[in-house]
Ligand binder design. Structure first.
Ligand SMILES: [Zn+2]
Length: 199
């Protein structure tokens, strides 16, 4: 794209909008002139998307523009529903946090309309007690949290997310599959109570 005033080809993008074609508002880096350009986009492509609701998942396709970039946590529209991206697998096989559509093999997403369903396993020295809770998708589990759940009190000592095992830090509920805890005495003070979230 050339500046209509001076012919300079380098510019700053001030604004970009539109779906099938992009309307750009550009500022010439030569003379400062501001001008508009319309750029046709490449055709949308089919990208595999695996959406999950509670424990079931569906494999389908979504049409996306190859030059669009997505990241884990982004909310996209799919079949008239809002879904949140929980994982991105590239054509090279790795899982990454953000990618251009042209390099994506599969997008994993879960519905925004429903809470995150998470398994909780508390280990009483080999005897495991397992429960399920539905929590807000943005809820954060931190390693070391002391949690009340019914008549259990436990400390979070690891978290299994879609992609990895977390032993330090925290994980958002929407990427969390299971929380592992060690039991504590009942009198202990806890950080939060998930009893009302039990499924
Ligand atoms: Zn110019």
């Amino acid at each position: 794209m050339k500046c209509p005033a001076c012919g300079f080809e380098s510019y700053e993008i001030l604004k970009s909008k539109g779906k099938h074609s992009k309307e750009l508002l550009l500022k010439c880096e030569g003379c400062g002139n501001i001008y508009r350009e319309i750029v046709r986009r490449e055709k949308p492509v089919d990208v595999r998307i695996i959406t999950s609701e509670f424990e079931s998942s569906k494999k389908e396709f979504i049409k996306l523009y190859p030059d669009e970039e997505f990241r884990v946590g982004d909310v996209i529209e799919f079949q008239n529903k809002k879904v949140q991206i929980t994982s991105i697998e590239t054509k090279r096989g790795g899982r990454i946090n953000k990618s251009l559509v042209s390099e994506i093999n599969t997008i994993w997403a879960s519905s925004l309309d429903i809470p995150a369903r998470i398994g909780i396993s508390v280990d009483f020295g080999g005897r495991i007690i397992s429960k399920k809770v539905d929590v807000d998708r943005d809820f954060e589990f931190h390693i070391g949290d002391v949690v009340k759940l019914g008549d259990l009190i436990f400390k979070v000592n690891s978290i299994k997310t879609i992609e990895r095992k977390v032993r330090k830090g925290f994980a958002k509920a929407y990427v969390t599959k299971r929380v592992y805890g060690k039991p504590l005495d009942r009198g202990v003070r806890y950080n939060y109570d998930l009893s009302s979230k039990l499924v």
